[in-house]
Design a protein around this ligand. Structure first.
Ligand SMILES: NC(=O)c1ccc[n+]([C@@H]2O[C@H](COP(=O)([O-])OP(=O)(O)OC[C@H]3O[C@@H](n4cnc5c(N)ncnc54)[C@H](O)[C@@H]3O)[C@@H](O)[C@H]2O)c1
Length: 258
């Protein structure tokens, strides 16, 4: 992708304060897009956007909880006021609750219903609310792209995540295929990325012994980087993929081969 491949694009990335979301936002900004860095943690969002502006990229940071409809709508309104209609949305914000020093997930029989609900609210309802908030503008423009960050854990069993996480990541694939159908007639593509093990603060929440077993089970024998996920997102929001929709692309080094 050239340094100007995304010139004129306005890209909103959720969970962009760190990790994969920040890398996706940075990759789009480096490619010439105007980028809105949205995060639950407003300071993280603003710091990431400020670092982008230091590189002479177009960026603003906004605090918003993607599970809160009013906050999502306010963020989208502020984004459009700053940069114009949103042409690409990346539903990246996600949580995978773990407890203890060994990063233990709650098994079904110990999982509080409140923990289940919070994961559904953030990982799934958040993507619904953000997609809904940008859809009218994309439909009016008859162009746009939506990319959701699912997981290999949404396609097969991963013993280190909870059932809430697996359920929401699988559901994002259903959302992706359904919205590709509803929005395709308006020239809007909708796709998902299923990362394997990627080096981010979320990954560090899992025990290092577990992560090492995943590395050994990955044919490419290493973890992925946030930028390797970002480059796939950049492709899915680019002109190069304008006839690609309803797809799930694994960025996993061959791990689990879903
Ligand atoms: N790291 C991995 O190995 C991996 C693998 C597969 C999928 N994923 C997915 O990739 C995405 C990013 O993961 P990561 O590893 O960068 O995680 P991370 O925890 O390092 O970063 C997630 C960011 O999302 C923000 N966030 C959390 N809840 C939010 C909310 N309600 N509203 C707005 N922002 C919120 C956090 O503040 C944080 O900045 C997630 O959806 C995750 O499930 C990660």
């Amino acid at each position: 992708m050239s340094a100007a491949s995304h010139q004129g694009e306005v890209v909103l990335v959720t969970g962009a304060g760190r990790g994969i979301g920040q890398a996706i936002a940075d990759a789009h900004a480096a490619a010439g897009a105007h980028v809105i860095y949205v995060d639950y943690d407003a300071a993280l969002a603003e710091n990431a956007a400020a670092a982008a502006r230091d590189k002479d990229w177009y960026a603003i940071g906004l605090g918003a909880d993607v599970s809160n409809e009013a906050a999502v709508n306010a963020a989208v309104t502020a984004a459009v006021e700053a940069f114009g209609p949103i042409t690409a949305l990346i539903n990246n914000a996600g949580i995978s609750p773990k407890s203890g020093a060994d990063g233990r997930k709650s098994p079904l029989w110990e999982m509080p219903a409140s923990e289940w609900q919070r994961v559904v609210d953030v990982n799934l309802t958040g993507a619904f609310l953000c997609s809904k908030a940008v859809a009218a503008g994309m439909i009016a423009a008859k162009k746009g792209s939506i990319v959701s960050i699912s997981s290999v854990a949404g396609q097969t069993y991963c013993d280190f995540v909870g059932v809430h996480y697996a359920a929401t990541k699988a559901a994002l694939i259903g959302v992706t295929k359904h919205l590709a159908g509803e929005l395709g007639p308006y020239g809007i593509t909708v796709n998902a990325i299923a990362p394997g093990r990627i080096t981010t603060p979320m990954m560090m929440g899992t025990a290092s012994t577990t992560n090492e077993l995943i590395r050994q089970a990955t044919p490419m024998a290493r973890f992925g980087t946030p930028d390797e996920v970002a480059q796939t997102a950049l492709y899915l929001t680019s002109q190069a993929s304008r006839f690609v929709t309803a797809q799930v692309i694994d960025v996993a080094g061959g791990w689990l081969m879903t």
